[in-house]
Design a protein around this ligand. Structure first.
Ligand SMILES: *Cc1c(COP(=O)(O)O)cnc(C)c1O
Length: 351
């Protein structure tokens, strides 16, 4: 309330000093030179694509097993998403055979750090270098995750983040951010987020209204210092589940991989793969008041809005869509509730 009152008193409701302070603090947390607050994670993707010069006729490689916004943003700038399959155990994009997807129109690649686990950025960057592609990391679900000592979202040309309430750093509404190491590209993103305007009322490029509100920034500034401790609580829940579920029949359910020391996993989701009886488990959990969700039931190459694109077969994405089920792992879950989750899941697999 104090932070909000500060904004109300200042009269700065959009961008302004609170947003600038938040941007400096996020940049320092990420260990990258530039952080630019925007209106949502989706708009962060759109503006990063615009700043990369991706437009009509261009192709962008992205996984099919992800939230819609990854590919939706590519389509919204007039480009074509070229879907790639995912790794069965890590849920992230699999570059095996990706050379065949390259055409003279391929402009960028969008690795997604899904469920709080970093994608294989070493491979992505080698691949991007080989084919001169821009790398836009969709880090909406993985702010704070890392690979070795580097934060996800800071290893490509742009990183994008979301402050949607259910993300690891959740706002009281929509919000997002673009990170970037290059001074000129960062300046371009700053201008594009405000109609491509520079100086005032002069427009050399067409941007949009991708601005973030000061009230969101004020809240997020209070939560950012706690992000890593929220992450530890999520990790504690995940470790507990992995331990408690270790004796479940692997023919019926596969647990997510525990993070290694190399991988700083932040457990945005704890995702089971249930073989053949996923929908039955989901119904059972809901009947027993255990929240759960399928992220995601339809891989993007099977979405109606992309039916005009050349048909592709992505067997892992298709299989995951039939098997995944995420159970509660949020920081505030607590001992009692997570014990109940375990008891209900175990009772399902006893029968
Ligand atoms: C949430 C999410 C987005 C979009 O973020 P919004 O802030 O909701 O617009 C993009 N990509 C992925 C992978 C997401 O999970």
């Amino acid at each position: 309330m104090e932070a909000f009152e500060g904004v109300l008193d200042s009269g700065y409701f959009i961008l302004g000093p609170e947003v600038e302070a938040f941007e400096r603090e996020v940049a320092s947390y990420l260990g990258t030179p530039h952080a630019i607050g925007v209106s949502s994670g989706t708009d962060a993707l759109v503006v990063a694509l615009m700043a990369s010069g991706v437009g009509p006729g261009d192709e962008v490689i992205c996984p099919a097993f992800t939230f819609f916004a990854s590919a939706g943003s590519i389509a919204r700038v007039g480009a074509v998403p070229v879907f790639i399959d995912s790794e069965e155990d890590r849920f992230n994009l699999d570059l095996e055979g990706a050379d065949e997807l390259i055409t003279e129109r391929t402009k960028a690649i969008m690795p997604v750090h899904l469920f709080g686990r970093g994608a294989a950025m070493g491979h992505v960057n080698d691949f991007a270098k080989k084919h001169s592609l821009v790398v836009i990391e969709d880090t909406a679900q993985s702010l704070g995750a890392s690979i070795s000592t580097q934060k996800c979202g800071t290893m490509g040309d742009f990183g994008i983040y979301s402050f949607f309430p259910s993300k690891n750093l959740g706002g009281f509404g929509d919000g997002g951010l673009v990170s970037c190491a290059d001074d000129e590209k960062a300046e371009l993103v700053r201008r594009l987020r405000n109609h491509g305007m520079f100086p005032k009322y002069y427009h050399s490029k067409v941007g949009g209204n991708f601005r973030i509100d000061a009230l969101q920034a004020a809240l997020l500034r209070k939560k950012l210092p706690k992000l890593d401790s929220y992450g530890l609580e999520r990790a504690e829940n995940a470790t507990y589940y992995l331990h408690e579920f270790a004796d479940l029949d692997p023919a019926r359910v596969t647990l997510p991989l525990a993070g290694t020391a190399e991988e700083g996993v932040i457990w945005n989701q704890f995702t089971l793969k249930v073989h053949g009886e996923r929908d039955r488990l989901k119904a059972y959990l809901l009947e027993n008041q255990v929240g759960c969700e399928i992220y995601y039931p339809v891989p993007l190459h099977k979405q109606e809005c992309f039916a005009h694109l050349p048909a592709v077969e992505l067997p892992v994405a298709e299989k995951l869509a039939c098997e995944v089920l995420s159970i509660p792992v949020y920081a505030e879950l607590g001992e009692e509730r997570r014990q109940r989750v375990v008891a209900v899941v175990k009772s399902f697999f006893k029968s």
